[in-house]
Design a protein. Structure first.
Length: 61
C-alpha cells in the first residue's frame, strides 16, 4: 500500500501485469493477508519494508 500509484503504471508499460493492493480489495489488509494473496497468485511484492524481513518471510518456507 505504500508504493506510489505511478509504479504500477510503469511496470505495466514494461509489459508486466501489476496489481495495487488498494485496488484488489486488500486496502487495510494485514501483511499476512497480503502475503497469502501474493503467494496464491504467484506474484511478487514490491517495495514494502515489512516484507524485507527474512525472519518473518523467509525465501523458502
Amino acid at each position: 500500500m505504500d508504493v506510489p500509484k505511478s509504479t504500477a503504471k510503469i511496470i505495466e508499460e514494461c509489459g508486466y501485469l501489476a496489481k495495487e493492493v488498494r485496488n484488489v480489495g486488500l486496502k487495510g489488509a494485514t501483511d499476512e493477508e497480503i502475503m497469502e494473496q501474493a503467494k496464491s497468485e504467484e506474484r511478487i511484492i514490491i517495495r514494502d519494508t515489512d516484507f524485507g524481513d527474512v525472519i518473518l518471510y523467509p525465501k523458502h518456507p
